[in-house]
Design a protein around this ligand. Structure first.
Ligand SMILES: N[C@@H](CCC(=O)N[C@@H](CS)C(=O)NCC(=O)O)C(=O)O
Length: 209
């Protein structure tokens, strides 16, 4: 399998974590995001949405980290839920993550760290996103009280999706230490087979990094 991604992409990191944990055979196609790598005609042929991650498995081309994670869960019979009800519960968290959790965290992180100085947003924009992140984190932290994993009694793609941005060193609007249940959950994920930190899994492409 080929994964299109780059080090700074937490959405690609989610997929890389699953591939590593599942012990699948894959190679990385590094996309030079900060120099227009997701806007070339070749890349847009692969994914007209202009985003990584993209996973190519033979004739199958998949985009959207949630759909890719679900594919890997179905293909291997692991991490995707042990019943139809569990899979639905996992999908519920994947949709929530894309919209409310990762959606805000990734936007905050991009704006706070990767935009050139002259394009940095007003403080009010980051404050707005930080409030959205706090509200979403409260939901996840409450859910994790008394639970080891988001769904069922073992790790699933729901965990790998929701954690995707939380292992990065740059400020992303959420401080782990403020959320003990979430902090302990991230330690459990970091102890899983195949885990590695994002910049050890895929090379950074941010100019000067
Ligand atoms: N919901 C998508 C989000 C993908 C996404 O935002 N990817 C970013 C990198 S992390 C990207 O390629 N953005 C390019 C762009 O928006 O122009 C997913 O989960 O795969």
């Amino acid at each position: 399998m080929q994964l299109y991604g780059f080090g700074e992409s937490g959405n690609a990191f989610k997929v890389a974590l699953a591939l590593r944990h599942l012990g699948l055979d894959w190679t990385l196609q590094t996309v030079d995001f900060f120099n227009g790598g997701t806007r070339t005609p070749e890349f847009l042929d692969l994914n007209p949405m202009g985003e990584v991650p993209v996973l190519v498995d033979g004739e199958t081309v998949l985009t959207q980290s949630g759909a890719i994670l679900d594919y890997l869960g179905s293909k291997t019979g692991r991490l995707g839920g042990r019943s139809a009800a569990e899979r639905r519960e996992i999908l519920r968290w994947l949709f929530w993550d894309n919209h409310k959790f990762t959606g805000n965290i990734a936007t905050f992180r991009f704006q706070a760290n990767f935009l050139p100085e002259e394009r940095r947003p007003d403080a009010a924009v980051l404050d707005f996103l930080a409030a959205r992140i706090r509200a979403a984190t409260r939901v996840l932290a409450a859910h994790l009280q008394g639970r080891d994993w988001i769904v069922g009694d073992g790790p699933s793609i729901a965990d790998l999706s929701c954690c995707g941005y939380l292992f990065y060193p740059e400020p992303h609007g959420l401080v782990r230490a403020d959320w003990p249940d979430l902090d302990a959950w991230l330690d459990r994920i970091a102890a899983l087979p195949g885990f590695a930190h994002p910049y050890d899994v895929m090379p950074r492409v941010f100019p000067g990094a």
